[in-house]
Ligand binder design. Sequence first.
Ligand SMILES: Cc1cc2nc3c(=O)[nH]c(=O)nc-3n(C[C@H](O)[C@H](O)[C@H](O)COP(=O)(O)O)c2cc1C
Length: 307
Amino acid sequence: MLAPMQGLTNSALRRLYLQKYQPDLVFTEFVRVQAQTRKRVAKNELSDMQDHSAVAPLVVQLIGNDPEALADAALLLQAQGIQHINLNLGCPYGRMTTGATGGELLRQPQRLALMLKALRRVCRGSFSVKCRAGYEDLLQWQSLLPLFEESAVDFIVLHPRTVAQRYNGTADHRISAAMAAATSLPVIANGDINSPQAARTLLTRTGVAGLMIGRGALADPMIFQRIRGTAPLEVDPAQRRRDLGLFIGDLWPDYLQKFCGERQALMKIKDVLNFIPDVDLQRDLGKLKRTTSGAAFLARLQHTFPV
Ligand SMILES: Cc1cc2nc3c(=O)[nH]c(=O)nc-3n(C[C@H](O)[C@H](O)[C@H](O)COP(=O)(O)O)c2cc1C
């Protein structure tokens, strides 16, 4: 499944992945649930959800801390046809002004239990959580697991770093294996899955039910197909350029349509380019990122990443 990534996995990017790269499931960026207003979810966030859910399941990820507001938001989304809800328990950049959210909630198990209960009560489709292994302690998941089991979540996405670690160090998938062995709930492993080979090893060695891939799927959109064996495991540098040229070229018209104006679309597509890590492509990607108009962007793309 394609991971939720704020600022990146908007409806245009998700649509392209579903049409061409076929993850089994896509997530929205996190959707902030407002406890202070009766609306609960901002209008622009709602409009970003109304598309492709017929092609593959769309999971809407909520972030918030108020049980009642979260339940209201889930009801509102379900009334709009959304069937799958996920709760963010991993974001390390909580907004403290409106109370602890995301990964911070791992420090508030009592509140968390109320939130899980409230959401489970109203979610008629799947209700899942996405969490870190712990706040500061990589073993905290052991005390969180009974909470997830009691509230009968449908699956757990585990990113086995602590919240305090943010993105430092590496995701320790021995923890994913340990969690999968400790519960009958499906555990989805997430974090640092950057190659189809690593993905396959994880699937065979850890007993997890599935994989969620974020940055690795931006670096190589075909990773889902490579894992399944419907695309080659490896490609030569010329093919790599062609694949990226196609990916970026397909994304551009959708971004132009989604974002107001060329400037905004350019800014947004450059955010995607930042996640392509190939050392030998950085010079050409740098030139692409320095373009200042749509025409220049396209000309440079066709010149350096011909398809
Ligand atoms: C730019 C960016 C934005 C992210 N936004 C979210 C988000 O909205 N919700 C969430 O649960 N995780 C978010 N994450 C975390 C990813 O979903 C994922 O857990 C993390 O990147 C580890 O997986 P990966 O190594 O496959 O990227 C974000 C990560 C990045 C890099």
